[in-house]
Structures are given as structure tokens and as C-alpha cells.
Design a protein around this ligand. Structure first.
Ligand code: CS2
Length: 501
């Protein structure tokens, strides 16, 4: 139990801890999916942009989708929280820097404050809705369409709200909350607004727009005017976001308390590196994020960076995480340099992912690959294989799908991807066998059924999982040479270890 005072707006900060450079004057951004990544990434860029430009309109109201308790935590601290940056200095000495951030003015749990969130999205002073709702937050089924069953409560609420009702029901999904917020804006003063996805989803702006369109279609003719207004008065830029942000642990909180002399329940830690590439397509004013280091570029520029990052960084991450759990490595840093995994990770990144990517303007992809491997090996983050191994069915299509298609179209079976897929199928087989949580709520029913139907054998499970709809692109799941390569790796992995961390 901590004996230090709680961090708050008037906590004196020791020298060495960076205080908030500015305090926003009001809410200009509603962020859906308020969590650790947003705290360490967009909230920091936004604060730096406010400090650099003097334009202080860009306070953030965060929507908490699942964990109601986060709201009280941040409110008790008057919105203040710490970002602890951890890594190595160029000379190899440890780097540790704490800064207190003030750009998040408040948070609200959509389960009990939906009306407030709708009102904030409708307010003319709000110019952006940003999102980090994770891959599964887009509520897409294996065929890429909106899961209508999941969003039905929001469709019903939208229809009632467009008919003039207020305060109908708590939002069931973040996508539903977004559409209802946009509807409230349309029914209000209808100021144009930008909707900016910040998730690890290829073409995230277009993907979000597509599920929103499907939700509107499900609402029927009553949503026709809203649909027309959205087409004319909203923009949906894509963006690539990057900063390794490990799940918060008690050790992180203890370290922050030691540095601050105050207890901070909302602290996060992250690596020194950060990158944000945003499509220059805004419906209204925005923070001067470019003054904080963000790249504001055209659509092709974002696509190139999205591909490079999703395939090279996240794709390698997934391979290392699954294989890491098979060989008992708890952290990404240990796993990526381990004798069982290092060569496969490099082969995947350099031979499979890199050639499939159109180099972003000014980028040196071989140097990018080396810098990624170095970042992964940063032991200070404590980034865990368990964290990265979650939501496999949701992540694999975006991470391995593009490079896989590129290789197969070129007549080549990509061995790094085959190893990664084998690590995933073995992970799933052992998890189901041992009763270990798959960490993939959207995929778990299909995965568990497929393992059972395959009789639990290494080869049977590998072949069955590859063929699951929505995991691999096109007919790649039934590509014979690919499946044989995956089975070969899965068999070798099963011979090398039989446990699961
Ligand atoms: C990771 C990402 O958890 C994961 O699946 O691959 O969260 C990764 O750390 C970030 O995308 C880095 O920007």
C-alpha cells in the first residue's frame, strides 16, 4: 500500500520530472478507447503541439469502453498522469525520464455516461474524434463486414435518437457510440468534424468509414440525411501510429512513485521512440501535431508507412510473441534475441515483409529493419510476449496477409511467415489443450472448435487453423506448399518444446 500523496493538479514535482508545459482551455478532441497507448502517444503529441503553437483548444475527453474504474482513477488526479520513458542512451547507459501530462481533461465510461459523450461529440468546440479501439473494436466478422448482431443495440438507439429521443441507452460498442455522436452533431449545429482512426489496421480510416456505412445502412431510411451529411461534412483520414507501450505493471507504478514522490494510478511507460503519420485530410481545425514531430502527409504517404510498420514491426512482433510463449520467454526483449527465434524473426522481417513494402518517401527500409530489431531488444520496457500474443485472429490478417499475398503471387513460399503461422497454430493448440486463455475473445469459439475437430494433432490443427475464414487472404489458407511449410515448422516446434508460457 502506498503512503505517498496522490498525484494531482497541485502536486509539487521534483526537479528532473518534466511538468505539463501547458494546460488546455477546453475539450477539442473526443478520444474513443482511452487506454495506455493513447496516454503514451496521441495525448503526448497533442500536449506538445499545444505547447509549441500556443493554441490551447485541444484538451481531450477520453471514452473508456470497458473498465469503468479508470474514470475514478483519473478524476481523482484531476486528469494528470505520468509517462515514464524507458530505454538506453546512445552510450548504453539506462535512460529514464518521467513527464506529467495534462492534455486529458477528463474521461467518461460509456456504460454510464453515454449522453455526456454524445454531447461532447456534438459540441461545436470539438473538431476531432480520434480512436484507439483495437482491431476487434471495429466489430468485423471474418468476411470483413460489420457484425450486425454486436451493434444492434446501437442501431436501435440511433434510430430512436434520429427520431428525436434523447438519452436512449448506453452505447454497446465504440463504433455505435461514434455514429450516435455524429448523429447528435448532425442534429445540432452540424459543424464539420474529422474522425481519425489510430489503430493498427491497414487503411484504418477507410475501414472505419466502411463499418460506419454498414451501421447506417442497418438503421434504414431514417439515417439517409445523416448519411448524406457525413459524406459532405466529415473526413476519415488514415494514420500510422507507433510507440511500444507495455501493459502497466505494479513495478511501473512503484518506479513512478519513487521518481515523483507521489502515487499515480494512471501512469504508463513507453519506449523513447514514437512516430505518427497522419493523412492530411481534415474537415476543420486541428492541433499543430507537425510541431510535435508528427508527419502530415498525403494518402499514399500514409499507406506506405502503414504497410511498412504493420508488416515489419507488428508482423515480427506477432511471430516473436507466439514463438516466445512456446519457448518460455516472458518478455519480447528476451525472445527476439533467443537462439530459437532470432534468425526466424530476421528472416521474416527482411526476406518476407520488407520486399512486399513500397518504401515510404525518404525511408531506408534496411535501416528501419535494424532499428526495429534494436527497439524490440530494449529490455527496459518489459514488454511481454503475453500482451503481444493477444487477439491473433484479429491481428494476423493485417500483419502477415499482405506480405503473404505478395510472396505467393511471386511464386514463393515465405518461410518466415510459415514459421510465424506455425508458432501461432502451436500456441493455439497448446493453449486449448492446457486450458490457457487464448486472449482472443473474438476468435476463441472458432479456434477452440477447430482444434477439437482436428483431434488436437499438431498437423491437423495447423491445417485447420490456416483454413479458418478471415485469417489468411484469398485462397492462401488452402495453398498446399504453404500449408506443408507451416506443418513442417509446427512439427519441429512441437519436437523442440511442449509447454506454453
Ligand atoms: C504490438 C503493438 O501488442 C501488439 O500486438 O505489436 O501494440 C506494438 O507494440 C505497437 O503497435 C507499437 O507501435
Amino acid at each position: 500500500m502506498s503512503t505517498s500523496p496522490r498525484l494531482g493538479t497541485d502536486t509539487p514535482l521534483p526537479a528532473g520530472v518534466v511538468p505539463p508545459p501547458v494546460v488546455p482551455t477546453g475539450v477539442g478532441i473526443v478520444h474513443l478507447g482511452w487506454g495506455a497507448f493513447h496516454r503514451a502517444h496521441q495525448a503526448v503529441y497533442t500536449e506538445d503541439a499545444m505547447a509549441a503553437s500556443g493554441d490551447l483548444r485541444w484538451g481531450i475527453l477520453g471514452d473508456v469502453v470497458h473498465t469503468a474504474g479508470k474514470v475514478a482513477t483519473l478524476r481523482e488526479q484531476g486528469g494528470r498522469y505520468t509517462v515514464l520513458t524507458v530505454g538506453l542512451n546512445p552510450d548504453g547507459s539506462p535512460l529514464e525520464q518521467a513527464r506529467v501530462v495534462a492534455s486529458v481533461l477528463d474521461v467518461a465510461f460509456q456504460g454510464d455516461e453515454t449522453p455526456r459523450l454524445l454531447a461532447a461529440m456534438a459540441a461545436p468546440t470539438t473538431h476531432l474524434v480520434t480512436l484507439t479501439i483495437t482491431e476487434k473494436g471495429y466489430c468485423r466478422t471474418g468476411d470483413g463486414h460489420l457484425d450486425l448482431e454486436k451493434v444492434q443495440p446501437d442501431v436501435d438507439a440511433l434510430v430512436a435518437e434520429l427520431g428525436g429521443a434523447d438519452d436512449v441507452a448506453p452505447a454497446a460498442t465504440a463504433v455505435g457510440l461514434l455514429v450516435r455522436g455524429l448523429a447528435a452533431r448532425f442534429r445540432g449545429d452540424a459543424t464539420p468534424i474529422t474522425v481519425l482512426s489510430c489503430d493498427n489496421v491497414a487503411h484504418n480510416g477507410a475501414v472505419l468509414r466502411a463499418v460506419v456505412d454498414e451501421l447506417l445502412a442497418a438503421a434504414g431510411p431514417v439515417a439517409a440525411d445523416l448519411t448524406a451529411w457525413l459524406a459532405a461534412h466529415t473526413t476519415w483520414p488514415s494514420s500510422m501510429v507507433d510507440r511500444i507501450t507495455p501493459a502497466v505493471t505494479p513495478q511501473t507504478l512503484d518506479r513512478v512513485e519513487h521518481l515523483l514522490g507521489a502515487h499515480d494510478e494512471a501512469a504508463v511507460s513507453g519506449e523513447p521512440f514514437r512516430q505518427w503519420v497522419v493523412e492530411d485530410s481534415f474537415a476543420g481545425p486541428r492541433p499543430a501535431w507537425e510541431l510535435a514531430g508528427a508527419q502530415i502527409v498525403d494518402a499514399d504517404g500514409v499507406t506506405a508507412w502503414e504497410e511498412a510498420k504493420l508488416r515489419m514491426l507488428n508482423g515480427t512482433h506477432s511471430l516473436v510473441a507466439y514463438a516466445g510463449r512456446l519457448f518460455g520467454y516472458a518478455t519480447m526483449a528476451e525472445a527476439v534475441v533467443s537462439p530459437e527465434i532470432a534468425a526466424h524473426a530476421r528472416a521474416y522481417m527482411v526476406d518476407d515483409a520488407m520486399p512486399s513494402v513500397t518504401p515510404p518517401a525518404g525511408a531506408d527500409l534496411p535501416a528501419y529493419a535494424e532499428s526495429l530489431l534494436e527497439r524490440f531488444a530494449n529490455p527496459a520496457t518489459g514488454h511481454s510476449t503475453r500482451q503481444v500474443s493477444t487477439d491473433g485472429t484479429q491481428k494476423i490478417p493485417f500483419r502477415w496477409g499482405g506480405a503473404l499475398r505478395f510472396a505467393l503471387d511471386g511464386g514463393r513460399v515465405p518461410d518466415g511467415i510459415a514459421f510465424g503461422l506455425a508458432a501461432w497454430t502451436e500456441f493455439v493448440r497448446r493453449a486449448v489443450r492446457d486450458g490457457v486463455d487464448l486472449g482472443d475473445p473474438a476468435g476463441a469459439p472458432a479456434l477452440t472448435a477447430a482444434v477439437a475437430a482436428a483431434g488436437g494433432s499438431v498437423e491437423g490443427v495447423a491445417r485447420a487453423l490456416l483454413a479458418l475464414p478471415g485469417v489468411l487472404p484469398g485462397d492462401a489458407g488452402t495453398h498446399r506448399a504453404l500449408a506443408d511449410a507451416v506443418v513442417g515448422h509446427a512439427t519441429a516446434l512441437a519436437a523442440a518444446s511442449d509447454t506454453l508460457l
